[in-house]
Ligand binder design. Sequence first.
Ligand code: SAH
Length: 363
Amino acid sequence: MTEEKTNTANALPDIMSMTREELKEFVVSIGEKGFRAEQLFRWMHKGAPYEEMTNLSAAFIQKLKECAQYRLPIIEQKLVSREDGTIKYLMSLVDGECVESVFMRYEHGNTLCISSQAGCRMGCKFCASTLNGRVRNLTPSEILGQVSAATHDTGERVDGIVMMGIGEPLDNYDNVIRFLHLVSDEKGLGIGLRHISLSTCGVVPGIYALAKEGLPVTLSVSLHASRDDVRSELMPINRKYPIAELLAACRHYFNETGRRVSFEYTLIEGKNDGEADAVSLAKVMKNGMRCPCHVNLIMLNEVKETGLRSAGRRNAMRFAEVLKKNGVNATIRRKLGGDIEASCGQLRLRAKGGPQKGETEDC
Ligand code: SAH
């Protein structure tokens, strides 16, 4: 592990990053009965401030205030779509860094899109989150805190999670794994791992490591191109881990977990949206994957700074048709919250003063 700038503003133990067992030990160490840990665990995960923890004694809460760090992300901005009720949050962390989360209502339940880092160092050319590099990793409690804050704010259950907000989850591996254990604990939010998608730009060693964890999360891979020259231009990570290596890792993930891998493919005008690109993608999927997978076509959210344009809707439909004709399962992702800049990274970018300058990955 490299030393990095992290949440050091308060050096007290971060109790919301603790597992239930660790929390129990901590609670006992400050002189409280062990079973109180479970109550505290539940309250924190539901996003309750201390004042709402009505079954805990005032003396215990006072002790927690003195000996522990418990700080939920603060909702700085909340945009509600008039079209479909999608909510976009800008939340601030203890050091003033901001992240974004998006609450979406689907027929099958509520899904929250969350961030894993403040900024991103992967440098994908079309993405707003990476324009200023990565400032720091989020702690497990800061990742979980987004789910807790949204649960508390909406009063609704989050049924599923997509790690498709700001940051590269596999570039913050340990904290993300701990978060997955916490958020799925049935004494807390109890969100099923099968209802969690982890999206990666293609950090191959992280995919192999994840396959070993025994966590049945859905792996979602941002592919965006079927040829190495195009992918390397759009996504610098491809210079380190080219497509063939990436697909081998995805196949391994499927073989180990039995979970179908899904691929994101954002259609960018003149870059990857032609008929030949669709035929080439179908070939790569069939010959390279050779196991169940699914392609999600995404309309590019135009980020002014990148100069890239979205392919038209008609082009997207044609692209999907060609994939299907060539035997590849594909859908065009429905866009929610179109009126509130619901795609990630843009609010943070425009937040007061803008984000700090962060590091970039050398690929
Ligand atoms: N770092 C992870 C997760 C965050 S991005 C990853 O790369 O997968 C979540 C998804 O949004 C990725 O598929 C990403 O490529 C895509 N994305 C980023 N910027 C976009 C934009 N401007 N328009 C459409 N999709 C975008």
